[in-house]
Design a protein around this ligand. Structure first.
Ligand code: COA
Length: 178
C-alpha cells in the first residue's frame, strides 16, 4: 500500500530519487528539506509500506496568488470572484520515480495534493489550485482531472477550488464546520 507523508530527512532516502528531470531530482535532494525548515513550502512523499525509506514520488505545495485579470474572463465570471489578487494554492512540483512511472503514483499524489489544498482553503480561503506543467507533454496529465490553461498554449494551469470540492465530495459548509 502506498502512503503519502511529510518529507522527513532522517527517514526518507532523498539521494536515490530519479524522475528523469534533473531540476526536480535536485530540488528533492538539495532544497526540499531546507524549504520545509524555513516554512517556504511543504513537501510530501509517496512511499510503499514495504519500505518507507524509499521515495516513490513527491510533491511540493505552497500558497500563491492569482494576479488581477489572470483568470480567463468567463471563468472569473463563473466563479463570481472580483478582479483583484486572489488567494490560491500552488502545487509547485510533482514527480514520480522512473522505477514506478505509469502505475498511478502521480495520480494518487495529485489527488492527495488537491484534497490537502481544499482542506487548507476551507480554513484560510483560496479560490483555486495552480500548477506549472513542466512541459507540453505533461499538460494532459493535469487536464484529465480538470485543470485548465490560464491562456492558450500556457503551461500554467488552474482548477477552481469549488470544482475540487465537488470532485472530492467535500461541501464548503462541512469543511468550515470541521
Ligand atoms: C508526469 C508524472 C508525474 C506522471 O506520474 P505517473 O505516476 O507516471 O502517472 P500515472 O501513472 O498516475 O498516470 C495517470 C494518467 O496520466 C497519464 N500520464 C502520465 N504521465 C503523462 C504525461 N507525461 N503526459 C500525458 N499523460 C500522462 C497516464 O497515461 C495515465 O492515464 P491513464 O490512467 O488513462 O492510463 C511523471 O511522469 C513524472 O514524474 N514525470 C517527470 C516529472 C514531471 O514532468 N512532473 C510534472 C511537472 S511538475
Amino acid at each position: 500500500m502506498i502512503i503519502i507523508e511529510s518529507l522527513n530527512k532522517d527517514k526518507h532516502r532523498r539521494l536515490g530519487f530519479a524522475c528523469g528531470k534533473e531540476p526536480l531530482d535536485r530540488f528533492l535532494q538539495e532544497h526540499a528539506h531546507q524549504a520545509v525548515a524555513k516554512n517556504l513550502s511543504k513537501t510530501y512523499v509517496a512511499v510503499d509500506e514495504s519500505d518507507e525509506t524509499v521515495i516513490l514520488g513527491y510533491y511540493t505545495v505552497t500558497p500563491c496568488r492569482i494576479e488581477p485579470g489572470e483568470l480567463p474572463r468567463d471563468v472569473a465570471r463563473m466563479m463570481k470572484v472580483p478582479e483583484l489578487e486572489l488567494p490560491a494554492s500552488l502545487v509547485a512540483r510533482l514527480a514520480v520515480s522512473e522505477s514506478v512511472k505509469g502505475r498511478g503514483v502521480g495520480s494518487l499524489m495529485l489527488m492527495d495534493a488537491m484534497a490537502r489544498c481544499a482542506r487548507v482553503a476551507a480554513e484560510i480561503g483560496g479560490v483555486a489550485i495552480v500548477v506549472d506543467a513542466l512541459e507540453e507533454s505533461v499538460v494532459p496529465f493535469y487536464a484529465r482531472v480538470g485543470f485548465k490553461r490560464f491562456e492558450p498554449d500556457a503551461l500554467k494551469m488552474f482548477i477552481p477550488m469549488a470544482t475540487v470540492r465537488e470532485m472530492l465530495g467535500i461541501s464548503h459548509q462541512q469543511r468550515q464546520a470541521g
